[in-house]
Design a binder for this molecule. Structure first.
Ligand code: ADP
Ligand code: MG
Ligand code: ZN
Length: 609
């Protein structure tokens, strides 16, 4: 229905409604103003000649008489058997009408039905029309508005269309093979995850990946956004969830995709002022559906969020969204591949080197890169070029960076360099000192609030940590700040998180582990348990002010010693620090094996020198 038709329809509704209302009002007025008089009074008025008009019915007489002021007053009265009546009336020159024999019960029913219809008409106008505002379908608002995408042979999205998140793809591969042949998996009794949670910054291709899973497996794809479930009416969201799952089960095997899960899945009871009833009900319904359906039915729920931290813990429990797949910003090679994918549909000048572009776009996510190619194409078209050349592509970088639709932050060359040395500092110290977890990977691709990260993975579970180990780990934490200072003679805010962690760790050393010589083997630990209702405030820390000063002094001393040790180590191995940082700037991600190679080269050089 086009807007014109819709407003015409609305106008008709209003006219009909108002007319009915007006008629009802008139009717009411007429009934009200009819004066009921006794038959004797009627006879009196008739003989005195004031009655001007009479309608006769066997059971009712209606008419008008003239009152004092010359006004006509409507009246009614109930006739008695009176043979002289007509005679008297003709002598009084009354206009006489013969009324129909009055309403049978059928008339009564019809009139009552009329009222019912009128009522429903008004209800329709006032209630349903309101709900329909925005062109939504009346009475189907409990239905899910999920879009169903059939596997389309021609423009099916598959893993080929997604680049730069190989780990995520690998993990999702299992889901794909399950969807292709659910029976094969369930036959052996294996438990397939019901829910997969994709998380990562916006624009990294989470939605795309979910679509690709459905595309790879050639199954229908139902997608809905979390915000669609949050409606004005309590219970609507829950009923939409139910409907969504029902639809998907009918089409199984199928993929349900809930985008922006955090819109409904935020932790309940969080925040002051109570929860949001509607959201809570919706979340509960999702949990019920997740618990209720069996993967045997061949339905997999994939959800995406860029705020996994705010999700309700109930969602993340085993048997629900128990598979969490990070989708991070692409690295250099990933960016090149994404650029390749998106430049396929565009006429690109053969001289264009996508690797150079990838190098110039650290921090860009897939959506930014897609946008970049598009901007360049538009720019070239405006300049009447035959194909998209490097010049336009480079200009497009600036446009995307300045543009409003930018999804990620762009890191300048200078910042990138600082981050590279910072992370190299962590890595170098971690590799030099024993008792620290091996470095698995070091990266200068932003992740969450961090601009880079050094990933250390423990080789085994450890339950005891020695004092030396703790001190060594502190050195690793301080390595970033220290490297910055050593190389740039300047320090940045980039080490805030490291310093927080280090300080908290030292505080525990002193107050919990009894590892400070000065204070001795003693703990100053507060009672275990949750802090509630100001219990902590009431009790105080449990030691004196002078002890507090001593604790602070010890924390400072230990940190300072660690810092000096770190600085010494970095100064001695400055060449190695440089080579790690250079490699990082070049590749953005350096894996463990490559680090080992760098280290062995350095020791060889030292031996020969
Ligand atoms: P998200 O859901 O993570 O916010 P989307 O999947 O909606 O991001 O990505 C938006 C668009 O950006 C996609 O349609 C695609 O064109 C492009 N894009 C994002 N990530 C990638 C990627 N890894 N590979 C190829 N294209 C990508
Ligand atoms: Mg998305
Ligand atoms: Zn750091």
């Amino acid at each position: 229905m086009n807007p014109l038709q819709r407003s015409a329809k609305q106008l008709v509704f209003w006219l009909v409604g108002l007319t009915l209302l007006f008629a009802a009002f008139q009717n009411m007025k007429a009934v009200q103003h009819e004066e009921e008089i006794p038959y004797s009074t009627f006879k009196e008025k008739l003989t005195s000649g004031t009655v001007t008009e009479v309608t006769m019915r066997p059971d009712l007489i209606r008419g008008r008489y003239g009152a004092e002021g010359g006004k006509l007053v409507a009246f009614r009265t109930f006739p008695l058997p009176d043979p002289d009546l007509v005679k008297e009336m003709s002598s009084a020159k009354v206009a006489l009408y013969q009324g129909e024999p009055d309403k049978s019960w059928i008339t009564a029913v019809v009139i009552n039905l009329g009222w019912v219809v009128l009522f429903f008409g008004l209800w329709w106008i006032f209630v349903i029309r309101q709900v329909q505002v925005g062109g939504k379908q009346a009475l189907s608002f409990g239905k899910s508005r999920a879009k169903r995408n059939e596997p389309d042979k021609k423009k099916k999205i598959t893993f080929v269309d997604v680049a730069g998140c190989d780990e995520a793809k690998e993990e999702l591969q299992e889901i794909v093979s399950f969807l292709k042949d659910p029976a094969k998996f369930t036959k052996l009794g294996g438990r397939i995850p019901k829910g997969v949670l994709l998380f990562g910054p916006p624009g990294t291709g989470k939605t795309l990946l979910a679509k690709a899973v459905a595309g790879e497996a050639s199954v229908p794809f139902f997608s809905a956004s979390g915000s669609e479930f949050v409606e004005m009416f309590v219970g609507v969201g829950a009923s939409r969830v139910r409907d969504l799952f029902e639809q998907a089960k009918k089409a199984a095997p199928a993929v349900i995709f809930v985008d922006e899960l955090d819109a409904v899945g935020r932790a309940r009871f969080a925040g002051i002022g109570g929860g949001h009833d509607e959201r809570e009900q919706t979340l509960n319904q999702i949990l019920i559906e997740l618990d209720g359906f069996d993967t045997k039915e061949g339905v997999i729920l994939i959800a995406a969020t860029n705020r996994p931290d705010v999700l309700d813990p109930a969602l993340l429990r085993p048997g629900r969204f128990d598979r969490h797949i990070p989708v991070s910003a692409p690295d250099l090679r990933g960016r090149e591949q994404i650029l390749q994918i998106h430049s396929k549909g565009v006429k690109i000048d053969p001289a264009v080197d996508l690797m150079v572009l990838a190098r110039r776009t650290p921090g860009f996510v897939g959506a930014d890169l897609a946008n970049l190619v598009n901007e360049a194409a538009l720019l070239s078209a405006r300049r009447d070029k035959e194909s998209v050349a490097m010049l336009e592509l480079e200009e497009a970088i600036d446009r995307v960076m300045a543009g409003p639709s930018r999804k990620s932050r762009m890191i300048s060359e200078k910042e990138k360099k600082i981050v590279a040395y910072h992370e190299s500092g962590h890595t170098l110290i971690a590799k030099l000192l024993p008792g620290t977890d091996p470095v698995h990977k070091v990266s200068i691709i932003p992740r969450g609030p961090a601009l880079g990260y050094t990933l250390q993975l423990p080789t085994e579970d450890r339950y005891l940590t020695s004092r030396t180990d703790i001190l060594n780990r502190l050195c690793v934490l301080l390595g970033g700040r220290c490297a910055e200072e050593l190389i740039f003679s300047e320090i940045t805010t980039g080490a805030t998180d490291d310093l927080n962690k280090a300080t908290a760790y030292v505080r525990r050393m002193v107050t919990e582990f009894g590892m400070s010589e000065k204070l001795g083997h003693i703990t100053f630990r507060k009672d275990e348990g949750e802090v509630f209702l100001g219990r902590d405030i009431a009790r105080g820390p449990g030691y004196s002010d002078s002890t507090a000063q001593e604790i602070d002094g010890e924390i400072k001393r230990i940190l300072e010693e660690c810092y000096q040790k770190t600085r010494g180590l970095l100064t001695k191995n400055k060449a190695l620090l440089e080579s790690i940082a250079t490699r990082l700037l070049e590749k953005e991600v350096v894996e463990a094996e490559e680090l080992d190679v760098l280290f062995s080269q350095a020791t060889l050089q030292k031996a020969s020198a």
